[in-house]
Ligand binder design. Structure first.
Ligand code: SF4
Length: 148
């Protein structure tokens, strides 16, 4: 299977705080598959590290109140271009991110409150019909299996 993956899930230090979201569940899941790494925020022109951002009233704003909407949307478009070219069977995307989150995102209040919703890139990929798996779902299944 060809899988487009949020680069931070592959251990790449491209998160806002310079860290990553690497996890053995991701390694297990991706073993033997062709992987296409993407980081929409960096592709959109944002630095590492960067201020955290949330979607507020349909716009992406960082914690200092500066709009980073253009960068997020550019990153999403560039990711879509890659997806259209590569035609992945699945997109494995980092949970809760304002770019990559596919089930939940932070509510725009910078208080750590989650709500149902999708990040800018995840939503664009979904609209184009790509199959998406949120990393939160993958980790949940993996943790349940560890308990068996
Ligand atoms: S934009 Fe996506 S790939 Fe990049 S750090 Fe954020 S969650 Fe990870």
């Amino acid at each position: 299977m060809k899988i487009l993956v949020s680069a931070c899930l592959l251990g790449k230090n491209c998160k806002y705080n310079g860290g990553n979201n690497g996890h053995p569940a991701v390694e297990d899941f991706l073993r033997g598959h062709e992987v296409i790494p993407v980081c929409p925020e960096v592709m959109g022109g944002l630095p590492i590290p960067r201020e955290p951002a949330e979607i507020c009233g349909g716009q992406v704003i960082n914690r200092k109140g500066v709009s980073v909407d253009r960068e997020y949307r550019r990153g999403a478009e560039l990711t879509l271009e890659i997806a259209r070219r590569e035609r992945p069977d699945l997109c494995l995307l980092q949970a809760r991110s304002p770019s990559c989150g596919a089930l939940q995102i932070y509510d725009g209040s910078f208080s750590g409150t989650l709500k149902a919703g999708m990040g800018i890139t995840a939503e664009l990929l979904r609209k184009e019909g790509f199959r998406i798996l949120d990393s939160g779902e993958l980790l949940k299944t993996w943790e349940e299996r560890q308990k068996e």
